[in-house]
Design a protein around this ligand. Sequence first.
Ligand SMILES: *Cc1c(COP(=O)(O)O)cnc(C)c1O
Length: 269
Amino acid sequence: MSLRFKNFCNLKYEGGLSQIKNIKNSIKLSANESALGPSKKAISAFVKESKKLSKYPDGNSNILIQSISKNLKLNPNNIIIGNGSDEIISLACQLFLKPNDEVIVTEYSFLMYRIYTKTHGGKVITASEDNFKADISSILAKVTNKTKIVFLANPNNPTGTYLDKNEMLLLRKKLRNNILLVVDDAYFEFVIKKDYISGLDLFKNYNNVLITRSFSKIHGLASLRLGWGYGPKNIISGMKLIKPPFNVNSAAQVAGTESLSDKNWLKKI
Ligand SMILES: *Cc1c(COP(=O)(O)O)cnc(C)c1O
């Protein structure tokens, strides 16, 4: 008899490729990495941390939680740090999904929503978009009594479209209360439209919305794998219970902390 393993997922993430040959100093854009790199302060913190590599990192990433909490005036109990926002997406699926639970994603959405949904036994339901933009009525039409989570990146990658403040509020209002809305804020810093508001600013007091944020894009720290989640205390506590004990390395923790406070650098980017 051969070994049997659970085989929920048949998708694999392929990072953005660089196909250009024979051109010097080309800038790769296909993974949305920062062309300008991280803050100098983040780099110094990283180098300094290299002297302590024999120690385990702080499993709660307290230094970074405190800095996020102070910078954005958020309650630390509502914050969890992840190995990339990727890990927050995974933990949300792990915490919520039972076999055959349904997760709604939009047509051209981040592949990781689908991969983690499947990995954790859920079923991916795809809502069509309207001219490459998430479509609220199409999302709502896909809701069944098995729907557990709706994932939405706002603005979205790779389409670059966004739902405005009123559309986001309408979506939350029309979704059943016991469906978790996950708003992926990975690119919120890049939108300057007046009718746009980040998931965090819009939903921070909601009991059924989880926000993800990333240090991979504007902070230029993709390699360190650093992101965070903000949500109601019960969900954040639940995720903290099941996360790996040392999920975020110490170099990422200190570099992220420095980057957050380097306001001039972020503004420049
Ligand atoms: C790049 C990206 C992220 C960031 O993921 P990390 O795990 O934090 O590197 C999240 N969501 C979307 C839609 C992205 O394009």
